[in-house]
Design a binder for this molecule. Structure first.
Ligand SMILES: O=P(O)(O)OC[C@@H](O)[C@@H](O)c1c[nH]c2ccccc12
Length: 262
């Protein structure tokens, strides 16, 4: 049976062809390099990546009309270290324009959150102002993963490689990319389970990589649980997109002042 991830990738293949005829959402002038790796290297405390996510295939509309610039500024005011922006249109109602608006609003690393299968998407991410891209192990074989990783590096972009199980983790550990995201949501079934990070953390930390715990995080105690498991950073979307007081929402996630393990 076709999973939602298969469906997204099939649609993405069409979109990539359309991108070839489109112009870049160009940011004028040279962009400063904001680095998530340096933040992770410095961090004694947990690194927070707050996500701008209007909608998702599992939840439908989350907060579709929110202003990306305003939301991103609130994230940073609350103490977020980086902002992730969904750029997929069909399933998440995002865009490269959203990313560009966030770039013009904040001076911190920005992650382009999309289903990247082709270098042209990396060009668009770069030109919209991203500092990092996501590569999803479930959607890419090792050869493609390495090729897109090397391409991103030539564009001065950092990469988060996302995994959900042991097999994907082994695959990304064959590359030398320093940041691995563990998605607690299974992209094939949408089930969320924080134990995914707990299970995969020893493999990742054993190889001296930075671990980002992603998805399904709703409170400071979830953050504490993931940091205890070995997370250096966390990525939070829905909880913050729905929060009545965003600045306060980020502060609550930062509250458990427990030290991360390098
Ligand atoms: O809204 P949540 O449950 O806090 O999740 C955020 C983020 O982890 C999630 O949006 C995500 C993780 N990996 C992805 C890959 C593609 C699209 C979206 C995602």
């Amino acid at each position: 049976m076709e999973t939602i991830l298969d469906k997204i990738i099939r649609k993405k293949q069409e979109e990539v062809e359309q991108l070839r005829d489109m112009t870049f959402p160009l940011i004028e002038g040279a962009q400063p390099k904001y680095s998530l790796v340096s933040r992770l290297e410095k961090g004694k405390d947990v690194t927070i990546i707050a996500e701008f996510k209007r909608a998702s295939p599992s939840k439908g509309d989350i907060n579709p009309t929110l202003d990306p610039a305003l939301q991103a500024r609130n994230y940073i005011d609350g103490g977020a270290d980086a902002v992730s922006v969904l750029t997929d249109k069909t399933f998440f109602k995002g865009s490269f324009e959203d990313l560009k608006k966030v770039r013009l609003a904040i001076q911190k690393p920005i992650l382009c959150k999309d289903f990247i299968i082709d270098p042209i998407q990396i060009d668009f991410a770069k030109h919209a102002g991203a500092n990092l891209i996501l590569l999803i192990a479930a959607a890419l074989d090792l050869k493609k993963l390495e090729y897109l990783y090397e391409y991103a590096k030539t564009k001065n972009l950092e990469v988060i490689m996302e995994v959900h199980n042991e097999e994907e983790t082994e695959k990304v550990l064959k590359t030398n990319n320093p940041i691995i995201g563990v998605n607690n949501r299974n992209l094939k079934t949408f089930q969320v389970d924080l134990r995914t990070t707990e299970r995969l953390a020893p493999l990742i930390k054993g190889e001296n990589r930075f671990l980002i715990g992603e998805s399904g995080i709703t409170s400071g105690s979830d953050v504490e649980r993931l940091v205890r498991a070995g997370a250096n950073g966390i990525l939070v979307g829905e909880t913050l997109m729905k929060h009545g007081n965003i600045v306060q929402g980020v502060k609550e996630l930062k509250k458990p002042l427990i030290e991360v393990v390098k």
